[in-house]
Design a protein around this ligand. Sequence first.
Ligand code: GTP
Ligand code: MG
Length: 415
Amino acid sequence: KRIRNVSQKEENIRCLTLLGHFGFECLPYQLVNRSIQQGFSFNVLCVGETGIGKSTLIDTLFNINFKEHKSSHFYSNVGLRVQTYKLQESNVQLKLTVAETVGYGDQVNKEASYQPIVDYLDAQFEAYLQEELKIKRSYFEYHDSRIHVCLYFISPTGHSLKSLDLLTMKKIDRKVNIVPLIAKADTVSKNDLQKFKSNIMSELAGNGIQIYQFPEDEEPTAQMTSLKEHLPFAVVGSMDEVKVGKRMVRGRQYPWGVLQVENENHCDFVRLRDMLLCTNMEDLKEQTHTQHYERYRCHRLQKMGFTDVGPDNQPISFQEIYEAKRQELYEQCQREEEQLKQKFMQRVKEKETEFKEAEKELQDKFEHLKKVQQEETMKLEEERKQLEAEIIDFYKMKAASESLQAQTCTNTKKD
Ligand code: GTP
Ligand code: MG
């Protein structure tokens, strides 16, 4: 009876087909739409020796010909060439920034080769921090240039890492997600490549170098496990189209055959591309923000004197820190002012004594000259008196002699 009732009811029901999703199951679609409208941005740093294949790999990854100039081997310092491209694939826009090292590994003394790279990474963090600290922030227009991934190109020696590789990676591993790559992997045989890969991984671990860690899921997917196993990715880049059978494929033509860039049995290019573009780009960005930038921000704010807890381990507010800093600065200014005053007084005193000494010296000199002059005058006066006496004597003698002469003449005449 009941069954009959149901079927009677069903006859009266109008069946509607769903036109779309409804309820909060739609939330992800809002995110997708917003992301498509805003577009995506991705910042890559390529570190590797000159001519190791950095530009070719970027071209192959993004399927575009950037027509890059080749660098010379004679730069005295390592530099960075940064370029930003606006790419579009169907309705998805991507703002890609590529920073490529110039002259890396070309100097005789390679000790400071890592410094420009470290400075560049820090400068991008600093720019973001300054934007974050502004009162009026404009995240929408702001171009976030923090590097999301560093593709480190290892020379295909088939042997082991160079000390320059270890030094540089050690210096940047807390600042960026490092993905190690064996460049020009077509130059290493399959057997050598396996040994080379395991040598590199054990050397990295032995030196405590932290490379990019794939996200740890409870149940890791087969794809993730495969990606991890293939690290460091042995990559080959090429923009050349080569004919294989009836198909045109991207590859490198050799006298003995064709290396297909997008063939997983030939190299790890596809694994790298999948990881960067399809599976891990968002995680790379997230790790950049939550780990590397956070570390930089924490260090910088602590250096500026900010802290979350006071000396007594009690939470301390921003206002309190600000007041304490202001007081500290005021006291420091006072101290410096006092020091400057004292220095000034000291200098004035020194100058005063200097002037007094000079004055005394001049006075002494004057007194001495005066004395000499007085003595000279007295001497001259004496000489003058003596001369006058001599003149008087002379006139006396002259008069006496004249009178004597006159007497003698008179006596002679008388005779
Ligand atoms: P600079 O920017 O000048 O430092 O060089 P780069 O590292 O960008 O290298 P670039 O991509 O300009 O490649 C240099 C040369 O290496 C070119 O002749 C490329 O054809 C060749 N090359 C690039 N990738 C590969 C590769 O995977 N295998 C082989 N065998 N050659 C490659
Ligand atoms: Mg280049």
